[in-house]
Design a binder for this molecule. Structure first.
Ligand SMILES: [Zn+2]
Length: 252
């Protein structure tokens, strides 16, 4: 279906990009993306995906908005404190762009629940704040055969990687046994608000690139340290003995 007059105006600045144009905008409108975690990373990811006109966004989170979130989660207002993040995020995203669909899913997902919850989506963003959920997301994306963009942030550092577990390495090729590790929380380690914003914006850009078919090879890894503008890029290799994807192709 061709773009409406309102869509042509709303998205005019990105439609002007040779990489997008009307055909790219229609791809964005048809896309379904799951954003797992609506915190410091999820906040910019959700805002930019909604702004870009991603047709259906699933928002997954299990907690309420807290006062200590607001310095790094500009999706929320002080009046949202105590409200589930999924509900507050959905309301805010639809205020910004009423032309999209936002599905709010409250509650922590682990194991098989994750694959069932992600089944309607074709792309996922790992904006999680704990290792167990990241591990479940990685496995679910492998089962469903969908690519996802991983990001993590703490203090003044962040990392980003694009995974397509059926075509390249998975998160556990990079980080074996991640599901059994204990993550330092933002409360313990501290976090600079713009660090989450910077990494989350890069994550949103990679999701948009995947939708448009502009993504590079899966398995690229980028690490930023905002203290000294240090950027490290690397390729993650698929591990034949990976506990997740190593056995997948021999057992399925
Ligand atoms: Zn793997």
């Amino acid at each position: 279906m061709a773009l409406t007059e309102e869509e042509s105006l709303r998205y005019s600045r990105q439609l002007a990009l040779p990489e997008i144009g009307p055909a790219g905008q229609e791809k964005l409108r048809a896309a379904r993306v799951a954003v797992v975690g609506a915190g410091g990373l999820g906040s910019p990811v959700l805002a930019y995906l909604a702004g870009a006109g991603v047709g259906e966004i699933g928002v997954f989170d299990s907690g309420p908005v807290e006062l200590s979130n607001l310095h790094r989660q500009p999706l929320y207002a002080a009046a949202d404190v105590g409200t589930p993040k999924t509900a507050a995020a959905r309301r805010r995203l639809l205020e910004a762009n009423p032309g999209i669909t936002v599905v709010a899913r409250e509650g922590r997902l682990t194991g098989a629940d994750m694959a069932a919850a992600l089944a309607p989506y074709r792309f996922a963003a790992d904006c999680c704040d704990n290792f167990a959920t990241r591990a479940a997301l990685n496995r679910a994306c492998l089962e469903l055969g969908i690519p996802f963009v991983h990001a993590a942030v703490g203090q003044m550092e962040g990392q980003l990687a694009v995974f397509d577990p059926r075509r390249g390495p998975c998160l556990e090729c990079m980080w074996p046994g991640i599901g059994s590790e204990k993550e330092r929380s933002g409360a313990e380690a501290g976090i600079l608000g713009p660090a989450a914003g910077a990494i989350g914006c890069l994550q949103a850009a990679e999701i948009i690139k995947l939708i448009l078919g502009l993504g590079g090879p899966a398995g690229r890894f980028l690490m930023f340290d905002l203290r000294g503008w240090t950027v490290t890029a690397a390729e993650i290799k698929k591990r034949p003995d990976c506990p997740v994807c190593g056995s997948y192709f021999t057992t399925v």
